[in-house]
Design a protein around this ligand. Sequence first.
Ligand code: CA
Length: 218
Amino acid sequence: MRVLLIEDDHLLGEGVVAGLRQAGFEVDWVQDGQSGLDALRGERFSAAILDLGLPRLPGLDLLRKLRAEKRTIPVLVLTARDAPGNVIAGLDTGADDYMVKPFDLNELSARLRALIRRATGVAASLIEHAGVVLDQAARTVHYRGQLVDLGTKEYALLEDLLLNTGRALTRGKLMETLYSWGSEIESNALDVHIHHLRRKLSPDLIRTVRGVGYMIAK
Ligand code: CA
């Protein structure tokens, strides 16, 4: 799952990026509101973490524009402890959750996972489908009761497809969720990961949708 961090505090930003990567997220980071809005308009992120006090475009204005454009991406707002009114303003403007600085990075990861699940209509952190059990909290995958050893990208790809069961995901969308800016990407990477998933799980689990991409059928 790929998330966008919009935060102008350098030290905090670096900490959050490192912590979320550790937790298995792909993370991109911009340091002003306008760049954040541009990134969210242009690319596919599973969620955004939004600071409110930002240069170029304040966080609440960004959020207002995003919602006015009917963009439903989950947004978690970061607020300062000494500004309780921010929480109410953030939620009223369309934020899905908030955290008060300083915050615990493990809690941030858990909240992001929950927000992303809810946005895709999945209620529990255990996603079960056709003999596959993916545990988002433990980051493990079992197939027919056996633990399956998956690479980071294989796991992320399977998670994306499972969260969107019944919907075909384009190659472009799948690639955007797998790789943050500046990652080295091989052109056949997606097909290789799909091949590995089919071999490690079941050959019929992931369907090729010709001319589009891939899907896991309902
Ligand atoms: Ca700030």
